[in-house]
Design a protein around this ligand. Structure first.
Ligand code: SF4
Ligand code: SF4
Length: 259
């Protein structure tokens, strides 16, 4: 059984079925900020802003993802591979404990048999319970919406993993090899998708988004949800979108289209 299969099996045990995910879709749709009357302007998305050295992250920005679940399911494999390559995590032969910053989740509606898949990563919640329960302040939310773990302050208690309703965090059980200079990791600490903060702060897209664009896919749109003229905001205004488990009112920065 592959790591992906293990994770999917785990998801099924945890009851993350399509029906459960969508159980509150009606309420979710009502609370998602869909800008009515927005005039669609045909222009390219502004290049993500470069954050200068020593300049604090700004709450004027809310970085986020819009995931189109109608995309080719192979796109999510592309994202997983790109994330592994960029951030240095990999399958090490311990499928039950290997970290996974992003995983492909398969869903099936038991009533209709309709199947789909989507990528699941840290949802970069506006009100993240992983931050609330952290006893050392290692788990933190930046002003621009990116939720991170400070590995130097993390004591490996894993409270955040228990608090996260998305199963988005992993604990590093094993020795680490081939670490990326841009993304140092630590055995005995917790980690999750960083939204590729090291790339965003230098004006680049997250690695998974760049990998998709390299194959001509726009399955994930990255951008500033606070900017009404950004591509992501215009797409959110144009299409019906939902946040997974919107009933929890965590206000994730990751929105899904097509569910
Ligand atoms: S998805 Fe989980 S780890 Fe990410 S911010 Fe939300 S609660 Fe925290
Ligand atoms: S944004 Fe970066 S860290 Fe997050 S899933 Fe994509 S590649 Fe991985």
């Amino acid at each position: 059984m592959t790591t992906q299969d293990q994770k999917e099996g785990q998801d099924q045990k945890e009851g993350i079925s399509r029906r459960r995910l969508l159980s509150t879709a009606g309420a979710g749709m009502a609370t998602i900020a869909l800008a009515s009357g927005v005039t669609l302007i045909s222009r390219a998305q502004a290049t993500p802003r470069v954050r200068g050295v020593g300049v604090p992250a700004s709450s004027k920005i809310r970085w986020g993802f819009l995931v189109n679940t109608n995309s080719d399911p192979s796109d999510w494999d592309t994202c997983v591979a790109a994330c592994k390559k960029e951030n240095g995590w990999a399958n090490t032969g311990h499928p039950n404990t290997d970290p996974q910053w992003i995983r492909k989740v398969s869903l099936k509606d038991k009533r209709t048999g309709a199947a789909t898949s989507l990528p699941m990563m840290c949802q970069h919640c506006e009100f993240p319970p992983c931050v609330d329960v952290c006893p050392t302040g290692a788990s933190m939310r930046r002003a621009d919406g990116i939720v991170l773990v400070d590995r130097h302050r993390c004591i490996g208690c894993r409270y955040c993993m228990m608090a996260c309703p998305y199963g988005a965090r992993s604990f590093v059980h094993h020795d680490l090899h081939n670490q990326r200079p841009s993304m140092p990791r630590g055995k005995g600490t917790v980690e999750s998708c960083t939204l590729c903060v090291h790339r965003i702060d230098t004006g680049k897209n997250p690695a998974c988004v760049d990998a998709l664009q390299a194959k001509g896919s726009k399955a994930i749109i990255f951008g500033d949800l606070n900017d009404p003229n950004s591509e992501i905001s215009r797409e959110v205004a144009r299409y019906l979108t939902t946040r997974i488990r919107d009933d929890l009112a965590l206000e994730p920065g990751v929105l899904y289209r097509g569910l």
